[in-house]
Design a binder for this molecule. Structure first.
Ligand code: CUA
Length: 427
């Protein structure tokens, strides 16, 4: 040590001691703050949609049990180690009575065996239930009451219902984006697909994380036990907008779920042609919407035999009943008129790097269409909802046409128009 500094340290005992005391108070204060923050974070925050500590499905419950096990074991280890450190420091410290160093020991066989065996036992106590749970969850994902195919895209999620998508030449598929509807109390098998990069599907309150791999289908079993909304997000870095690849699982009573399925299936009948009056029950989509159809689809639009073109593509999210979704751009924008205009006018400014931004340059659509046509387009998109509106009134009309339900949810009659593979308990 530098001589001058050494002198200063030795000979300014008063201020140094005070500084030491101040330092101690400061570090104790810091520790206390961290402890309070940790304890607050650990509190049961059921209201937080991303909470990992308030499971709402049996699988999430299993994971929570594992968390608890690891937490308590780690706490015991932590307290034990801290106790040993503090005890050793106090017991063998240099005092006035024993100013010399205590005897220095190297190697202690008994101690070494002990500190090998104890951690091994602790790790085993974590390993066995962890592996058991993994295998149980894997086996559970083999068969369920309904199948949902989820596709990770850059950067949004496509959701498809129904295993058998055509019956008697009729397309029975329900395709939507970023909002997964599930019936409460039924086991959904989520098949995870990707045709691009690796994503990860994670809804903390309902299930563990599962990677979405190109070329391999991973399966998840989710049996939601409570009606409600559960937030999820992509949990594997997948490009510039990875952070905005959010989604939601909406768990509904079964009749509401069927109603939603039927609302999606009946879609929004419309024709593009402006020449003839639209057939009964059909509306006219603005001709400008034809541009959107190179990447998007709307169920019911331009059905064969009607004027207009068929909605062909699925490069972008399916827009059927778009107005019923809470967000646009995978959780990034609240779904309202202002944001819809902003999104379509300049997608690159809202979500840089997204695919639509490579096709639509800033202001392009408005420039091509003019303000009036642009407004018509927005009107049309805002009007994409089931006949009875998004609140399910249209749904109850569909349900009213079917025999009355019984108290047993498994026996709830399914409207005839529901795809066979989403008729619950029917597989
Ligand atoms: Cu998809 Cu991150």
């Amino acid at each position: 040590m530098n001589r001058r500094i050494h002198d200063k340290v030795i000979h300014t005992g008063g201020p140094l001691r005070r500084r030491k005391l101040g330092g101690r108070v400061l570090s104790l204060g810091t520790l206390a703050t961290i402890a309070v923050l940790v304890l607050t974070a650990c509190g049961p925050e059921v209201s937080k949609p991303y909470s990992t500590t308030s499971p709402a499905s049996p699988t999430a419950g299993d994971i929570q049990s594992l968390y608890k096990l690891v937490f308590w074991l780690a706490l015991i280890v932590f307290i034990g180690v801290q106790f040993a450190i503090v005890y050793t420091a106090l017991r063998y410290r240099r005092t006035k009575d024993s100013p010399t160093r205590p005897p220095q020991v190297h190697g202690n066989k008994r101690l070494e065996i002990m500190w090998t065996i104890i951690p091994a036992v602790v790790l085993l106590a974590i390993l066995i239930p962890t592996i058991t749970t993994l295998y149980e969850h894997d086996a559970a994902a083999e068969e369920g009451d309904l199948v949902v195919d989820v596709y990770g895209k850059q950067w949004w999620w496509e959701i498809q219902y129904g295993e058998d998508r055509t019956q008697n030449g009729q397309d029975l598929s329900v395709v939507t984006a970023n909002e997964v509807h599930l019936p409460v109390g039924k086991e959904a098998i989520i098949n995870l697909h990707s045709n691009n990069v690796i994503h990860s599907f994670w809804v903390p309150r309902l299930s563990g994380k599962m990677d979405v791999m190109p070329g391999h289908v991973n399966k998840l079993s989710i049996t939601p036990t409570e009606v409600g909304e559960y937030y999820g997000e992509c949990a594997e870095f997948c490009g510039t907008q990875h952070a905005w690849m959010r989604f939601k699982i909406i768990v509904e009573p079964q009749d509401q779920f069927y109603a939603w399925v039927n609302g999606q299936r009946s879609g929004n009948p419309a024709v593009l042609s402006a020449d003839d009056p639209p057939p009964a029950g059909f509306e006219r989509a603005p001709a400008a919407f034809g541009v959107c159809l190179s990447c998007h689809a709307v169920t019911g639009l331009g059905k064969p035999g009607l004027t207009g073109i068929e909605a062909p593509a699925n490069l972008g999210p399916n827009l059927t009943n778009l107005s019923c979704r809470d967000t646009l751009a995978a959780g990034l924008l609240v779904n309202n008129r202002e944001n819809l205009e902003k999104w379509i006018d300049n997608p690159g400014a809202v979500k840089p790097g997204n695919h639509m931004a490579t096709v639509i340059t800033p202001g392009y659509i408005k420039e091509q269409l003019g303000q009036e046509e642009f407004d018509l387009l927005i009107d049309y998109l805002e009007g994409l909802e089931p006949a009875g509106g998004c609140d399910g009134t249209g749904a109850s009309a569909i349900l009213a046409a079917t025999p009355a339900g019984t108290p047993d949810p498994a026996a709830t009659p399914v409207p005839a128009s529901t795809p066979a593979s989403v008729r619950l308990g029917n597989r």
